[in-house]
Structure formats: C-alpha cells, structure tokens
Design a protein around this ligand. Structure first.
Ligand SMILES: NC(=O)c1ccc[n+]([C@@H]2O[C@H](COP(=O)([O-])OP(=O)(O)OC[C@H]3O[C@@H](n4cnc5c(N)ncnc54)[C@H](O)[C@@H]3O)[C@@H](O)[C@H]2O)c1
Ligand SMILES: O=C(O)[C@H](O)COP(=O)(O)O
Length: 545
C-alpha cells in the first residue's frame, strides 16, 4: 500500500507536520481557490484545514470516495459540510482542546483593552496626538459579565473574569449547573443575561439555532451602554443590527475577533466604527496553541487513516479512548460476524432485518454498542457492495439500503470486567446457502465471543463450534463419523492449504455435526469440490473473513 496523501490547506505547526510526514506524503498547498481544492482533492486521503477553507459538498463529491478524513485544526466546524461528509463516509475530526486557553485569553484581552480604549488610544498616539480626556475608560471590578455559551472557552473566560473582580453570570441551555457553581457562576436565562449585564461575551458555536441570535430584538433587551465581546463566530451576530445598536448608543462598544464573512469588506461599517475594536480571527493564534492544535489534529488524522476509531470525531459517535481500547477485539468480532453472516445468505435473498443480541454483565449505560453496531453493518454491507462503510456512515448507509438493524441486550451473570460475553447476529426472512446456519427460530444465526483477545465463532445455527475468526473458514455439515477430519485435511494439504484451526460441533454422538475449518489460503474450486464430494458431507460453504 502506498503512503496516504494528506493535503494541508492552511498553515499548520511544524510539530504536526513532522508527525504527518512520518506516515504520509504531505502536500502543503495554502490559499487554494475552491476550484483548485476540488481539482486536488481526488488525489488525497486526508485534508487538514483551519477556519479559512470551506469544505463544501462539492469538495466531497470531487473527492470521488478517496477522501477518508477531514481534520479541522481547531474547534469550530461550521466551515465543513458535515452532512455531505457523512454521506460520503468521510470522518471529520477536530482539535477541540488545544486552543481553548488561547481563545479565553484573547477574550480577556479584548475585554480589558476595550474597557480602556487601548487600540483607539494607540492609533491616536501613532497619529501624533495626546488625547487623555478622550480615552477615559470604564472599570471592570463589580460589573456584571454574561458569558453566553458556558463550554470550554466560556468557562475559562468566566474563571478569569472572576479573578478581575467581575460578577459573572452565564447562559447555556446545555451546561450542567454544578460546573457553573464550581466556578462561582450563576446560570441564568437568555433574557436575564441580556437585561442585567454590563458586558456580554459570546462563546457558543455557530449553528442554525445560534445564527444571528444577537439581532435588533436582542439588542433591544440589553442594558443601555452594554459592551460586547465576540471571539466565537461572527455569524451569531446580525452585524447590521449591531451597527444600528452602536449608532443609537444601546451598545457602547464592541470588541470582535470574528466576522460573518472573513475577511470582512475593507469598508465594513462595523470594522470602521470608532467604538469597535477588531482583530483578524486571532483567538487561537498563539505559538503554544498552534503547536498544540497541530499535534492534536495530526494525531487524530493519522489515527483515522490507520483505521483507528477517533476520539475527536465530529460526525461519528465520540468514544473515549479507554472505551475504544477496551472494545477493540469486540469491534473486530462484530465486523467478522457481519461478514460471515452475509456470506451465508442465499443469492437473491435480500437482507432486510438484522438483530444484534449482546449478552453482557454490564449495566446497559456502561456499554456503548454504537461502534459494534456500526461494525456489524460494515461487515454485512461491504462484501455485497462497493460502499465504504465506517463508523461515520454506517447508520446512514444501512438506512439507505433499507436494512433495519435492531439491538437487544441480555443480562449475563458474569464479570462486569468483561464488556461483552457474546454477540449474536440474527438475519430474519432470508434463505441460507448453508441450511445448517438456520436456527430453530428460522433466522440465520451466528454467534461469537472474544477469547484471550481473539474473536471466535462459537455458534452457527444451532451448532456450537469454536474456531478463531482469522483467515478463511470452511463450514461443513456431515454425518458424525470417525476419520472425517483426516479426509478433509488430506484434500486441503494436497493443495498446500494450511489449516489454522478445526472444530467439530455435533447435535449428539454419531448424529449430525458441523466441522469448522480455518484455512490461511483460499482453496481452489476443484479442492472445494473434492470436499463436497465426500459422501458423508451433506453441505459445505467457504467463507472469507
Ligand atoms: N476566535 C477563535 O479563534 C476561537 C478559538 C476557539 C474557539 N472559538 C469558537 O468559540 C466557540 C466556543 O468554543 P468551545 O471550545 O468553548 O466550544 P464548546 O463546545 O466547549 O462550548 C460551546 C458551548 O456553547 C453552548 N451552546 C450551544 N448552543 C447554545 C445557545 N443557543 N446558547 C448558549 N449556549 C449555547 C454549548 O452547550 C457549549 O457548552 C466556538 O464557536 C468556537 O468555534 C473561536
Ligand atoms: O474554532 C476555532 O478553533 C477557532 O476559531 C480558530 O480558528 P483558526 O484555526 O482558523 O484560527
């Protein structure tokens, strides 16, 4: 396999680039136009951007399924079309933590410099003036600051503002009250935050709900002479309404790091307003934050390219690293069971319903099965289509194909140290090319377990077997009689096919049995035919795992 290619479309810290280069070909091409990006992207396995690149549906379409991961070297993913990414099975990862402090510090820098007219006074002095009376500021101590969006950045801003002696309230419909209480911040309603605050600092993401949430109506609810800081996203403010509020004195000052359109027009009334302090989206731009972000995103992208499940996935379930490592062998088991089950289905017999049954000693809340369900889906769909299925698009792809996947948990009286005792797949309303795979309830049924970290097949239909799920598998149903293992073994060894495992499960001595044989190589058709010709063998199937 050639090394993957990573297109880095915006400036990234050296430490991140070095990590990427260890594993991939890195193409640093900055300031690409949309057309240039679309032209390049079909040659790339990963794309890394900051906030300056729009990763639109057009980009995903132009990638023609090669693009596996988009890494956003920062927090905000409003410049990436997540729906299009998901539909194309492209994972989007971000670097959510490394620039938090930088953004919070920039928020505080804007707050303090705005209150004391630092930028305006500096410009005035550089223009040769000495205007001490013009630039009298306002004090922060004892004033009320409303933090709108009490997430990572918002809570760090709150913590720092408390240190400046401010009274801090916060509004965030999703923030836990105990986190606010721990910092000494009161969570209040939107309207209360608007009407009681001297300073309002914005820290929410740009979403359809927050778009232009600060508009004529909300400025109308604010205390006259309020001061606003925005280091979140320009789009949360209706910028024309803010200019009106500044002009009529409702808003005394604003300090803005972010704009609806970046860069804003040179003659933007907002940027040029005398009561507005602006910076060109510098919140994350410290040496320390950029090195941290570069490393965070490079690790996430390399991990995703290696097929590891990302802990900072934006369009896939976020699964903590410790859960990922604990579930790793079960992830393999789930995919192999799916792969195996679909190969047992007779041609022309479309699969509609799949039930996944987990037996586990864990409390349902302690077992996150989303990855396992995604991997079963991958195992079922990939062998019968050209679609690339991963954690990102598994549910979407299943739905598109009319595949209903349900899950059931059965409590197993064992150790809760082990996340899953067994995984069973039931494929309903299908015929099987290996009749013995049909269980008493009429479904194709396979079951597996993890033993010593290795996935094993433990049940086919109603037959207990025990064979590790590696390489390829031959399943034979035979009349249980001595010498069968030797006969099949001889046929395979004649063609130099190495047998890795063998297991026989029978209903009763001398009755029917299922022989499961693990083989490293794929036997030729002629060899398989010879096995089928053994009189005691009633049916057999060759399965690729
Ligand atoms: N200027 C910069 O360079 C810079 C740097 C870092 C982050 N940011 C931006 O800052 C914002 C916050 O980043 P973060 O890392 O703290 O994200 P975060 O996800 O940790 O926090 C966002 C918070 O906003 C809350 N929220 C969502 N909808 C809300 C609403 N309608 N009203 C109030 N709160 C709402 C969420 O519950 C969450 O707690 C993002 O927009 C991010 O893109 C900008
Ligand atoms: O969302 C973010 O992380 C910040 O807005 C930083 O964006 P940037 O990487 O373009 O500086």
């Amino acid at each position: 396999m050639p090394n993957p290619t990573v297109l880095v479309a915006e400036k990234l810290g050296e430490a991140g680039l070095a990590l990427l280069r260890e594993f991939s070909n890195v193409d640093c091409s900055y300031n690409l136009s949309q057309e240039e990006l679309c032209a390049k992207i079909s040659l790339c396995d990963a794309l890394i951007v900051r906030s300056g690149t729009k990763v639109t549906r057009e980009v995903f379409e132009a990638a023609r399924s090669r693009l596996k991961v988009v890494g956003r070297a920062g927090v905000g993913i409003d410049n990436v079309d997540l729906q299009a990414a998901t539909e194309h099975g492209c994972l989007v990862v971000n670097a959510p933590t490394a620039n938090t402090i930088a953004a919070a510090e920039h928020g505080i820098a804007l707050l303090t410099s705005m209150a004391r007219n630092v930028a305006q006074a500096d410009a005035s002095m550089k223009a040769g003036k000495w205007q001490r009376n013009k630039y009298v500021g306002v004090s922060l101590v004892g004033k009320t600051l409303a933090v709108m969006g009490f997430g990572k950045v918002g809570s760090e801003v709150a913590r720092r503002a408390k240190g400046l002696g401010m009274h801090v309230v916060a509004h965030d419909p999703y923030a836990p009250a105990d986190r606010a209480r721990a910092i000494g911040v009161e969570l209040v309603s939107f309207d209360e935050a608007m009407s009681t605050s001297d300073f309002i600092s914005l820290h929410m993401p740009l979403t359809p709900t927050t778009s232009k949430i600060f508009n004529d109506d909300t400025f109308g609810k604010m205390k006259k002479g309020v001061r606003i800081i925005n280091v979140a996203r320009g789009g949360v403010i209706d910028e024309d309404a803010l200019v009106r509020a500044l002009d009529n004195g409702t808003v005394a000052q604003a300090a803005l790091d972010v704009f609806t359109k970046e860069p804003p027009a040179a003659d933007s009334k907002l940027v040029q307003h005398p009561n507005v302090t602006v910076t060109p989206h510098l919140g994350a731009s410290t040496m320390e934050a950029q090195e941290g972000v570069a490393i965070e995103i490079a690790e996430a992208v390399v991990g995703a390219l290696k097929g590891e499940l990302a802990a900072t996935a934006v369009n896939a379930p976020m699964v903590p690293a410790e859960v990922l490592s604990e579930l790793a062998p079960y992830v393999i088991l789930a995919e192999k069971l799916g792969r195996l089950a679909v190969q047992l289905v007779a041609g022309g017999s479309g699969i509609k319903g799949v039930k996944i049954v987990y037996t586990s000693a864990r409390d349902p809340d302690d077992l996150d099965t989303r990855i396992l369900r995604a991997m079963v889906t991958k195992g079922i769909i990939e062998p019968i289509s050209s679609v690339f299925v991963n954690l990102v698009n598994a549910d979407y792809t299943a739905k598109q194909r009319g595949l209903r996947i349900s899950e059931e948990r059965i409590f197993h009286d064992g150790s809760a140290e082990i996340p899953v005792d067994s995984i069973q797949l039931h494929l309903s309303n299908v015929e099987s090319k290996f009749a013995s795979a049909i269980s008493d309830s009429g479904d194709i049924r396979v079951e597996g377990r993890v033993k010593d970290g290795i996935p094993h097949l433990t049940l086919v239909g109603s037959f207990a077997v025990d064979v590790s799920l590696e390489g390829n598998l031959i399943l034979c149903r035979q009349v249980d009689q001595p010498g069968m293992i030797g006969r099949v073994g001889n046929i395979l060894s004649e063609q130099n096919v190495n047998i890795s495992f063998m297991s026989v499960g029978r209903t009763a001595p001398k009755k029917q049995a299922i022989m499961a044989i693990g083989v490293d190589e794929e036997p030729e058709k002629e060899t398989l035919k010879k096995i089928g010709d053994i009189p005691a063998i009633e049916e057999f199937v060759f399965l690729k795992l």
